[in-house]
Design a protein. Structure first.
Length: 198
């Protein structure tokens, strides 16, 4: 069972997708589909993300061959592509460790060799919350029983908050350039990733 506030946020986000016309919306994912997806890919959707996808599965209107679709199609999408999208946040950090001298102070002293540094970073990143794509490289943290996290735009270690929560994110992404009256509401709440938010 999902938290009432998580269900409210997810349902409101789904209504905004329909109202803004930013995707075709297929019937929502069933409990059996959620169970299959979470088993196959090894994570659990947050309560608001789960309620969002249960209300309706947004899919891209364009079906151009070879073009990556920004909405992850959890029902019929290519499993390898979905795995790659799930791995992208961690792989982006590892890229910056290898090519851009990134090192988190929480990982201790940086090893002397590149291969050791990547091995330590990979081990540390295995313990951080899994980020799950909502749209393109905009992500929410995984985790049953969680909800209300800001949506993060993640490109390697360049990370920004892109909405105070899932419903706000839909408005910000599809209704013009992001703007917030109170920037303090954008503070990320998810471990490790919040340390990288600009």
């Amino acid at each position: 069972m999902i938290a009432e506030e998580g269900a409210r946020l997810g349902s409101e986000a789904a209504r905004r997708v329909v109202r803004l016309g930013c995707a075709d919306v297929q019937p929502g994912l069933s409990e059996d589909e959620f169970a299959r997806i979470e088993e196959e890919y090894g994570f659990a959707f947050s309560d608001d993300h789960r309620a969002f996808l249960a209300a309706g599965l947004p899919v891209d209107r364009s079906t151009s061959a070879g073009r990556r679709q920004p909405w992850p199609n959890w029902r019929d999408g290519d499993p390898d592509e979905l795995r790659e999208r799930l791995a992208r946040p961690v792989e982006g950090v590892l890229f910056d460790v290898e090519h851009n001298s990134f090192w988190s102070p929480h990982w201790g002293a940086k090893p002397d060799t590149q291969s050791q540094a990547i091995a330590v970073a990979r081990r540390e990143l295995a313990a951080v919350p899994q980020m799950v794509p909502v749209y393109s490289h905009r992500c929410l943290p995984a985790g049953r029983g969680t909800y209300g996290h800001p949506v993060l735009s993640i490109h390697q270690t360049d990370i920004i908050s892109y909405g105070t929560d899932l419903a706000d994110y839909i408005t910000q992404e599809f209704n013009g350039p992001p703007h917030w009256e109170d920037a303090s509401l954008l503070r990320s709440t998810v471990a490790f990733w919040r340390d990288l938010v600009d």
